[in-house]
Design a protein around this ligand. Structure first.
Ligand SMILES: C[S@@+](CC[C@H](N)C(=O)[O-])C[C@H]1O[C@@H](n2cnc3c(N)ncnc32)[C@H](O)[C@@H]1O
Length: 303
């Protein structure tokens, strides 16, 4: 239950009263949002009064948080690879483990002077493609960036995030994986004279049969606030990757001169099964990378 006050009180009093309900850090983040001030202000001006209407708003946010909603949705933003990304109920909250894809690509491309195009499938908030753009700002051999999502609402958020960090135009496509004809044609045309196409995908990979079980568990109940379309997949959680892998195989036949390398974020338990699927399409080089918790997290394959 949230405590309800009906008068304006100081920042210090607010912190004392409401830190009984929320951890101090989260409380300060919400206060920063409501008051549009930095946390330094709370230290230098502890006796400044907070308007009654702001306290009501704070109580509303605390109620949402106590109801299990991730703090990132309440704040409408999340940090990824050191940059802030706007998010909404239409996008997944970017996860720290997804930063591994960026690290691997940075290492791979460090001394590579061939030409590249990056394609992000299921871009969500645009965190992966925007980060790649920012991290490779000085590399002139990366000549194009493309992002897709099946959700138009997510694409709008991704566009905003990309604009925040760049002045470049990014090609966005609303597409079910690679099935949109305009996207497919665009890829064939733009890659024809390019040496490498790098595909990144963090597609829905949570087994839909586990949905009910996961949503009632304390540690995973926050998933109910994330878009279904970003999380759940049929076929042991592998349906989306299965489709994508066979679509890339088709794309391959149109791009005989371009090397295609794909990076997929996976559920660690899917490593062996997904590798089998990739091998069944006669891909040769497959590598799995572990995240900081030593769990299989990224699969790379190229040909
Ligand atoms: C797990 S989220 C990943 C979001 C973001 N790339 C990240 O790494 O945080 C999956 C994204 O894939 C999108 N998606 C789901 N099904 C899709 C499909 N068939 N084609 C394209 N995108 C899809 C969802 O809308 C969602 O934005």
């Amino acid at each position: 239950m949230t405590q309800s006050l009906n008068k304006s009180i100081s920042i210090k009093e607010v912190q004392e009263i409401y830190s009984k309900q929320l951890p101090h850090t989260e409380l300060n983040l919400i206060l920063e949002l409501i008051l549009n001030k930095s946390s330094l202000y709370f230290i230098t001006e502890p006796y400044k009064k907070i308007a009654y209407s702001d306290i009501k708003l704070l109580e509303k946010f605390i109620k949402r948080r106590l109801n299990g909603e991730p703090i990132a949705y309440i704040l409408g933003k999340k940090e990824f690879y050191g940059r802030e990304f706007k998010i909404s109920s239409d996008t997944l909250v970017p996860r720290p483990e997804s930063e591994l894809i960026i690290d691997i690509i940075k290492k791979d491309l460090n001394n590579n002077h061939e030409t590249f195009i990056f394609l992000d499938i299921g871009t969500g908030s645009g965190n992966l493609i925007t980060t790649l753009y920012c991290e490779f700002l000085n590399k002139k051999n990366i000549i194009n960036y493309i992002a897709t999502d099946i959700s138009n609402d997510a694409l709008e958020i991704a566009k905003n995030n990309f604009k925040k960090y760049t002045t470049k135009e990014l090609k966005f496509f609303n597409s079910d994986l690679l099935t949109d004809k305009k996207l497919f044609k665009y890829l064939i045309n733009s890659c024809s004279n390019v040496e490498n196409l790098v595909i990144v995908a963090n597609l829905p990979y949570v087994d839909i049969l586990l949905k009910e079980e996961l949503l009632v568990k304390q540690e995973s109940c926050g998933l109910k606030f994330e878009p279904d379309i970003a999380l759940w997949s049929k076929d042991n959680g592998l349906w989306h990757y299965k489709q994508l892998i066979s679509q890339i195989f088709k794309l391959r036949s149109y791009l005989s001169k371009t090397k295609i390398t794909s990076f997929y974020e996976i559920n660690p338990d899917q490593n062996i099964l997904l590798k089998e699927i990739i091998k069944s399409h006669s891909y040769k080089k497959i590598t799995t990378y572990k995240d900081l918790s030593k769990k299989n997290r990224i699969i790379k394959h190229s040909f």
